[in-house]
Design a protein around this ligand. Structure first.
Ligand code: PHE
Length: 339
């Protein structure tokens, strides 16, 4: 019997448990009423008298050792909170759900940053405008057919109060309040009464740019836009300017960039031409400067305007403008890693 107790003593000194439950199982096996150790106490009465002292001491030693090991195992789990529900300070914290910026905000911020580096400040204007700032001052006389280029939402059928169809209105507001030199960009939301499709929406965003000073030339316009295109779409990007028409610029142009997707080879995005249009631009018409009390004999300037959705669609290869306004988190989440 002494040998058996010795073996058990070794055993209980080396007990291990992977969980609080396992530790409890060990308690049941060794020290509960029907466990091994109380059974030894039962057998004790059969031990011959001359051995009683030694066996008694051995059983007591075994009992104490078992109790100590099992208590230690249990404490270990209790401290880690796995049984008691106490807080385990070593567990990793639960992650905070992180939101993401809207892709239009990301691209807007990038545009602002790029122009900030070459000295353009940012100005904003109202979305509800009057005819003067959206059309008249920009050289669209009443009944001018160019007004049809932009289908306008009027407010309360008042022909003088409308939702701006372009951010060029902020150009006028800036020139009215600030004398040259002026170097600013105007990001904002614009509205056009257009049928919604994959390529067009009745609400979208533009960034307009304006630079007025002495001796500003078309070459300055071209270099500024080339710099922008390379910063936005990569240093390999090339630009091309095509003659165009806007009432408020003369000469006017539309700017294409070499297709970012196929590198100019020809693909679906560039309709196999190798070029995609990204903005309108031109030298500010002298009549517009005069409307804002700026002397066109002293100052010249350039202006340009681009759609933020269009830039974002090209940059992220998004093929439907409606995705920007649906707030589908599966779409929005993809921009989580962006600034
Ligand atoms: N306002 C024009 C548009 O909305 C863009 C533009 C801005 C063109 C400035 C030339 C100069 O289409």
């Amino acid at each position: 019997m002494l040998d058996k107790i010795k073996d058990l003593l070794e055993e209980v000194k080396n007990l291990t448990a992977a969980s609080a439950e396992e530790a409890e199982q060990l308690r049941i096996k060794y020290i509960s009423k029907k466990g091994i150790i109380p059974q030894l106490f039962n057998e004790f009465k059969n031990v011959p008298n001359d051995q009683k002292k030694a066996v008694g001491q051995a059983i007591n030693e075994l009992k104490n050792a078992a109790q100590e090991s099992i208590t230690q195992l249990k404490e270990q789990f209790e401290q880690s909170g796995l049984t008691s529900g106490a807080t385990d300070l070593t567990l990793p914290g639960s992650a905070m759900p992180l939101g993401s910026r809207h892709p239009l905000s990301i691209v807007r911020n990038q545009i602002v940053e790029i122009f900030d580096r070459i000295g353009f400040s940012v100005a904003e204007g109202p979305e509800i405008e009057d005819d003067w700032h959206v059309f008249e001052a920009l050289n669209f006389p009443p009944e001018h057919p160019a007004r049809d280029m932009q289908d306008t939402f009027f407010i309360n059928q008042d022909p003088d109060i409308l939702l701006r169809t372009h951010t060029s209105s902020v150009q006028i507001r800036t020139m009215e309040h600030q004398k040259p030199p002026i170097r600013a960009i105007f990001p904002g939301r614009v509205f056009r009464n257009e049928a919604i499709s994959a390529r067009a929406h009745c609400i979208f965003h533009q960034v307009e740019g304006l630079y007025i000073d002495k001796d500003v030339s078309f070459a300055d316009l071209r270099q500024t836009l080339l710099y922008f295109a390379k910063e936005m779409f990569g240093q390999d990007t090339e630009i091309r300017l095509r003659p165009s028409y806007f009432p408020f610029t003369e000469p006017s142009a539309e700017m294409d960039i070499s297709c970012t997707l196929c590198g100019g080879e020809g693909c679906n995005i560039c309709k196999h031409t190798g070029w995609v249009e990204i903005l309108g631009c031109g030298m500010v018409d002298p009549a517009v400067l005069t409307n804002c009390d700026i002397d066109p004999d002293e100052y010249t300037g350039f202006a340009f305007g681009m759609g933020i959705e269009r830039i974002a669609m090209l940059k992220y290869q998004i093929n439907d403008i409606r995705l920007f306004f649906e707030n589908d988190v599966r779409f929005l989440e993809q921009f989580r890693a962006e600034s």
